[in-house]
Write a protein that binds this ligand. Sequence first.
Ligand SMILES: Cc1cc2nc3c(=O)[nH]c(=O)nc-3n(C[C@H](O)[C@H](O)[C@H](O)COP(=O)(O)O)c2cc1C
Length: 313
Amino acid sequence: MNATQLKQVRTVLAPMAGYTDAAFRLLCSQHGCDLTVTEMVSSKALVMGNSNTLRLLKVFDGSAPCFVQIFGHEPQVMADSVQTEQLSRFDGIDVNMGCPVRKIVSNGEGSALLENLPLAGRIVSSLRKATDKPLTVKFRVGVDKPDKGADFARMCRDNGADGITVHLRTRRQMYSGHADYTLLEEILKVSGDMAVFANGDVTDRQSYLAAMKYGVQGVSVGRGALGRPYVFADIKGNDYSWRMRDIYDTVVKQWRLTLQYTPPRVAVNEIKKHIAFYLKGIRGAKSAVVAVAQAKTDKEIFDALDGFFKEYL
Ligand SMILES: Cc1cc2nc3c(=O)[nH]c(=O)nc-3n(C[C@H](O)[C@H](O)[C@H](O)COP(=O)(O)O)c2cc1C
């Protein structure tokens, strides 16, 4: 992918730690997602060759283009990280400047950079020099007040970013309250040639079309995709099937994919988190939800699912 192709992207699977691994990214791709992003990966860990991050970097053939999301606070370390062999496979680099988690913020990383525009600028500029791949930055609109979006967009533009993903919430809001799309107007005024992706509360075609009316190039979908990889087909107005049988088949497929790059014990915990979303809101699924949550093995998980889904299979 190059910067021109980035401009064709309408739908992005937002990075979500603990969820947007290779299996889930592939499923979303198969439902028509244009671009996927790994969960956030520490630049320092990459440079140190920390093997714990390797699982996060798996990408299946047949997936939509995939960007790796990095976080950090040292421009040189971040620049070095994008030149590591492990990142050579990725189609682009996304930089996390929005994470509100205390451990990250207290290290001067993620959304801490919203309060340190000069350092954020040095990071983007050093990454720009380190890679020819598309470079995007994901950030929130402010810390306590939504007053940082335009300054941040300008900083990204001036330092050579190809795109920005704006989570239209402040750090204080975390994940609650509504994303404020009216903030896009001043951001779009200063975004120049960059691709602008709006993020927050896109969950279906209607909310996608509402977001696009603000003049953005595309949207980044987070929680709206959890347990609902078909949301990308829905957004595009494409046909899709999501009957009970499809839900079951999707879980089985995701489990098999996950096992290809994950030790079974870890895979059990990973798939359990996703199943909670797949079963969310389904009438009569409560006891299956509880049984899956308590399961210690894949056998226990699939016994519970087989029991619940048997009448649909
Ligand atoms: C469980 C979870 C993990 C997340 N992990 C990341 C992450 O690693 N990097 C990042 O930039 N944002 C992360 N986010 C934020 C999402 O990418 C997105 O900005 C946020 O959920 C708002 O979009 P939504 O309303 O569509 O969910 C995470 C969100 C959730 C719910």
